[in-house]
Write a protein that binds this ligand. Structure first.
Ligand code: G16
Length: 542
């Protein structure tokens, strides 16, 4: 196999979820080759009998990179290389395929919810044998290898037709272009009662799904229209994958999916709406004139799925959420007598808990929800969970939420993002806040008594590994919290994420912004955001 000499790049350290950069950085000669070869160099054991899966979210440069990557995989001698037809494989579908076909791992080409195109973002993420994102220790090994790499292995072969299913043998490798919908759909059919959902969709109930021109469009058409037989063929909006996502920002939240939200916010709008990001792992849940915040969605799914979804009839083993995610699910866990784990940000931290059978459901404030059915968050699965809840209870989305709040109380929650900050100044702000933490304990801030002020350290209950500095938290005695950290997925400057939560046991219809303004003010003052960056408020609120 030809070994092509190369020189290392210094900037290939993976972040929260793989290596994400501007597309143009990935377009540099040997940039993709170096990173992919570094992954293969740190894999343990012989890959000749092993299977590798390759797919992406359909963004610009996917096809070019995939033609490069299958050749490097063949150059490294993988026995079987599975490439998704049309290069489209959502992140959850990748997880399903790896698990079902016992593959060694998979490469997902995506920058998730970040915009695509030549001036947009690109990314490569490696998922391991359990179908989940490579853990921190593994990504660090990859990074170390990128710093010393001096050659990559490849094969000489013309481009493959990536749109036609079939198989070709190159050297010792069999390359198979496969149907990306099959394994994922079968997995959903094994969990949900498709007959009941199909009946419900015939009762006049109206739903809509926004694929934001990312990878979930083909899955949504297949599942909602072909498998569930939804009569309304306009259920799926923006269902055709586009390399630039139609110029949009494929992030399903109130800001970037505003036109979708508007569709639900009309008197005769659909009863239920769900949207997914480009690679299909994030989701947003809406009712008519009603937004379900991600932490609430996790809690409500946890409350209902044992009754409403056949795949969870045996109950939940436990639940898990990342530190910044609202504590709503903690109360459902307490009522059910199961444990709730609090992890650092990043789906990779749920992997051990799920593998060890310690938890069944997990979720994050960043619009991610998932379960033990795979090792990624799964947007369409979340939509099917909600559809099942609505079909089973015959309630509206708003009634499901209000009934939940009546029973458990409500966590008012918002994330405030301050984007495009100078990286050094943002790091200094975090450092200064960290230094202040010991003096905050037992202090009263804006009438609230501080119970905990620290930088969260997580000890994985399975392998006992420690993850330090995973988010500064200031917790008040009455249950309110301020959590802050810098984003690990951005590609330009730094983004400060400020997570605000206020718990109220007795339901009131307080305005969300008003309910959280004392916390936001405390955070602003403590961090001196105005003095440091001249900003009066966040650039994005979700
Ligand atoms: C990734 C991770 C998530 C994480 C999110 C936010 O999501 O998979 O676990 O919550 O990033 O990360 P940050 O706050 O560091 O930007 P995705 O959907 O981008 O892959």
């Amino acid at each position: 196999m030809p070994a092509i000499p190369t020189n290392p790049f210094q900037d290939q350290r993976p972040g929260t979820s793989g290596l994400r950069k501007k597309t143009r950085e990935f377009q540099q000669p040997r940039y993709v080759e170096n990173f992919v070869q570094s992954i293969f160099d740190v894999l343990e054991g012989d890959v000749r009998e092993k299977t590798l899966v390759i797919g992406g979210d359909g963004r610009y440069y996917n096809r070019t990179a995939i033609q490069t990557i299958w050749r490097i995989a063949a150059g490294n001698g993988f026995g079987t290389i599975l490439v998704a037809r049309g290069c489209i494989l959502s992140t959850p579908a990748m997880s399903a395929v790896i698990r079902k076909r016992s593959a060694l791992g998979g490469l997902i080409l995506s920058a998730s919810h970040n915009p695509g195109g030549e001036d947009g973002d690109f990314g490569i993420k490696y998922n391991t044998h359990n179908g989940g994102p490579a853990p921190e220790a593994f990504t660090e090994k990859i990074y170390q290898r990128t710093l010393t790499i001096d050659r990559y292995l490849t094969v000489e072969h013309p481009d493959l037709d990536l749109d036609k299913e079939g198989a070709v043998t190159v050297g010792d490798s069999k390359i198979i272009i496969f149907d990306p919908l099959e394994d994922y759909t079968a997995l959903m059919q094994s969990l949900f009662d498709f007959d009941a959902l199909s009946e419900y969709l015939k009762t006049g109930f109206r739903m809509t799904f926004d694929a934001m021109h990312g990878s979930t469009g083909p899955y949504a058409h297949h599942i909602f229209e072909r498998s569930l037989g939804a009569a309304d063929s306009s259920i799926v909006m923006r269902g055709n994958p586009l390399e630039d996502f139609g110029g949009g920002h494929p992030d399903p939240n109130l800001v970037y999916a505003a036109d979708f939200v508007a569709k639900l916010n009309t008197p005769d709008g659909p009863d239920f709406g769900a949207a997914c990001d480009a690679d299909g792992d994030r989701n947003m849940i809406l009712g008519r004139n009603f937004f379900v915040s991600p932490g609430d969605s996790l809690a409500m799914i946890a409350e209902h799925v044992p009754d409403c979804v056949p795949g969870y009839r045996r109950g939940l083993m436990g639940v898990a959420r990342s530190l910044p995610t609202s504590t709503a699910v903690d109360r459902v866990a307490a009522a059910a007598g199961i444990k709730c784990y609090e992890t650092p940000t990043g789906w990779k931290y749920f992997g051990n808990l799920l593998d060890a059978g310690l938890c069944t459901l997990c979720g994050e404030e960043s619009f991610g929800t998932g379960s033990s059915h795979m090792r990624e968050k799964d947007g369409l699965w979340a939509a099917l969970c909600w559809l099942s809840i609505l079909a089973h209870t015959r309630k509206s989305v708003s009634d499901v939420a209000h009934d939940h709040w009546k029973k458990f109380g409500r966590s008012y929650f918002q994330r405030h993002d301050y984007e495009g900050l100078d990286s050094a100044a943002a790091a200094k702000m975090i450092e200064d806040l960290r230094a202040k933490l010991p003096s905050l304990r037992d202090q009263t801030l804006s009438g609230m008594l501080v119970a905990v002020a620290d930088d969260y350290c997580y000890r994985d209950p399975v392998d006992q590994s420690d993850t330090e500095n995973s988010g500064i938290r200031i917790v008040f005695t009455e249950g309110s919290r301020i959590v802050c950290r810098l984003s690990g997925t951005g590609t330009e400057g730094a983004t400060l994420r400020l997570y605000l939560e206020r718990y109220q046991k007795d339901l009131s219809d307080d305005d969300l912004g008003l309910a959280l303004s004392p916390l936001s003010q405390v955070a602003h003052d403590l961090m001196e955001i105005k003095r440091r960056f001249g900003l009066d408020g966040p650039t994005l609120v979700t």
